[in-house]
Design a protein around this ligand. Structure first.
Ligand SMILES: *[C@@H]1O[C@H](CO)[C@@H](O)[C@H](O)[C@H]1NC(C)=O
Ligand SMILES: *[C@@H]1O[C@H](CO)[C@@H](O)[C@H](O)[C@H]1NC(C)=O
Length: 403
C-alpha cells in the first residue's frame, strides 16, 4: 500500500512538473495556457524521440497535429466551402452565400506553421477563414502551399505567389464577383512572412496589373539575420513557440542540414561579407526603449561563409522581407501588423512596422501586451482563450474598416 501510494505521489509530481511552466503575470487563463503549452511540448518531445530513433523526420512528427486537426471542406448556412486548385496549387475557397451589395472584397490567406506544418483545413484555420468570409462578406482563398522538409525555399513562396497572381487576373476576379480594388493578402507567423514577401514582389512584377489594397500580418516572421534580438532573448521559452523551435523552422525552410539549425540557434550563420544587411535589423534604433529593456546592443555576430554559400535563400528578401531596402518598401499597400509581447518574433514585426512607417507606408501596428505567439489560433472550444477572441476580432475589425 505504502509503495503504491508513493508511486502515485511520484507520478503526480512528475506530471505536475511537466505541465507546470511559470507564466508571465499578464497572461490570462494561466492554467489553460499551461495545459496547451504542455501538449505542444509533449508533441515536440515525441517528435524529437521519433527523429532520433530514425522513425520519422521531426517535422513529419509535428505534422501529426495538423492531421489530427483536419476537417473536410463543409459549407454552412453562410459560406460555401470547397477545396480546389488555383494555378496547380491546392486552395480552400470560401464564398459567402449572402447576396453581395456590389462587388465583393477578397482576402488571400496563408496559414502559419513554420513553412513545415499547418494546413488550410486545420480546424482553427478553417474557422478563421470561414469567419473572415462571413463577417466581411468576402471571398477568402486559403492556400495549401507545399511544405518542408519535402519542399524547401523558394517552393513555399512560389506556391503562394502563383496563387496570388492567378487570383489577381481580371477574368478570375470577375468570375468570383471581386472588386479589383479591394483585395488583400494576410497570414499569421510563417504565413505573415509569405504575405509580406508576396506584397513586396508584386511591386516589382510588371505582369500584374491589379494592385493589392492591403496586407495584414499577424505576428509575422520577417528576418533570418539576427536570432538573438531582445524578443528572442526575453521569450526564449514562452508558449507556444520557443527559440530553438524557431531556429529549427527557419533552417528547415532552406535545408534539412542540421548544422544550419545549430548555426542559427547560436546566431553564427551570417558571414561578414553580408554585414551591410544588419542596418535593416538594427534594433538599437528600430526598437522603442520599453522593448529593449536593459539589453545592450553590441552589434552583429558573424560566422563562416559556408552557410550563405550553400543556402543563399536565407538572405533573400522573399524569405526575409525585413532585409528589403527602404526603396523597396515604398509603395507597399496599407498595412496591419499584430505583434505580441511574449513572442520571439515580436521584434521582427515591431521593426517592420517602424521601417514601413519611415518609408511612408500607412501602418496600423497593434501591440498586444498580454499575448503570446499563435494566440489567434485559440478560439475554438475547449482550447479557446479570451485573448484569442480579442485579437481575432481586432484583426477582422481592421479588415472591415480598411479593405
Ligand atoms: C452564420 O452567420 C450568423 C450571423 O453572422 C452567425 O450568427 C452564425 O453563427 C453563422 N453560422 C455559422 C455556422 O457560422
Ligand atoms: C546600429 O545603430 C547604432 C545607432 O543607433 C549604430 O551605432 C550602429 O553602428 C548600428 N549598427 C549597424 C550594424 O548598423
Amino acid at each position: 500500500m505504502g509503495a503504491k501510494l508513493l508511486c502515485l505521489f511520484l507520478a503526480s509530481a512528475l506530471v505536475a512538473y511537466y505541465i507546470y511552466t511559470p507564466m508571465p503575470e499578464d497572461l490570462e487563463e494561466p492554467w489553460k495556457l499551461m495545459l496547451i503549452t504542455a501538449s505542444f511540448r509533449a508533441v515536440g518531445h515525441m517528435a524529437e524521440v521519433a527523429d532520433r530513433l530514425g522513425l520519422m523526420h521531426y517535422m513529419e512528427a509535428l505534422m501529426l497535429i495538423t492531421a489530427a486537426e483536419y476537417v473536410a471542406p463543409a459549407s454552412d448556412e453562410n459560406v460555401t466551402v470547397t477545396d480546389t486548385e488555383f494555378s496547380n496549387v491546392a486552395v480552400r475557397l470560401f464564398v459567402p452565400k449572402r447576396a453581395p451589395e456590389g462587388l465583393r472584397r477578397a482576402v488571400i490567406y496563408f496559414h502559419g506553421g513554420g513553412w513545415c506544418v499547418g494546413h488550410a483545413g486545420m480546424k482553427s484555420y478553417d474557422h478563421l477563414t470561414r469567419w473572415t468570409s462571413n463577417m466581411l462578406n468576402a471571398v477568402v482563398v486559403s492556400v495549401n502551399y507545399r511544405l518542408a522538409p519535402k519542399h524547401h525555399f523558394p517552393i513555399q513562396f512560389e506556391d503562394v505567389y502563383s496563387v496570388t497572381k492567378f487570383f489577381l487576373q481580371s477574368s478570375v476576379l470577375s468570375q468570383y464577383g471581386v472588386d479589383p480594388e479591394r483585395v488583400c493578402v494576410a497570414g499569421d507567423s510563417a504565413g505573415g512572412n509569405l504575405a509580406a514577401a508576396v506584397a513586396q514582389q508584386l511591386l516589382e512584377d510588371s505582369e500584374v496589373k491589379t494592385k493589392l489594397k492591403a496586407q495584414a500580418l499577424l505576428y509575422p516572421a520577417l528576418q533570418t539575420l539576427d536570432l538573438n534580438l531582445p524578443s528572442y532573448q526575453q521569450n526564449e521559452n514562452k508558449p507556444i513557440l520557443t527559440k530553438p523551435l524557431m531556429a529549427k523552422f527557419w533552417s528547415e525552410y532552406f535545408t534539412s542540414d542540421s548544422s544550419l539549425t545549430e548555426a542559427m540557434a547560436t546566431n553564427r550563420h551570417v558571414p561578414i561579407e553580408w554585414s551591410h544587411l544588419f542596418q535593416f535589423v538594427n534594433w538599437s534604433h528600430l526598437l522603442p526603449e520599453e522593448l529593449k529593456k536593459d539589453y545592450v546592443y553590441t552589434g552583429p555576430t558573424y560566422g563562416s561563409s559556408e552557410f550563405a554559400q550553400k543556402y543563399p535563400g536565407f538572405l533573400d528578401t522573399r524569405a526575409a522581407p525585413l532585409l528589403a531596402s527602404d526603396a523597396q518598401l515604398r509603395g507597399l499597400p496599407l498595412t496591419y501588423i499584430l505583434t505580441c509581447e511574449h513572442d520571439v518574433l515580436r521584434d521582427d514585426g515591431v521593426m517592420y512596422a517602424r521601417r514601413l512607417q519611415a518609408a511612408g507606408v500607412p501602418v496600423t501596428h497593434d501591440h498586444a501586451k498580454d499575448a503570446f505567439h499563435g494566440a489567434v489560433m485559440f478560439v475554438i472550444s475547449p482550447t479557446d482563450l479570451a485573448v484569442g477572441h480579442r485579437l481575432l476580432n481586432r484583426y477582422i475589425e481592421w479588415l472591415n474598416e480598411n479593405l
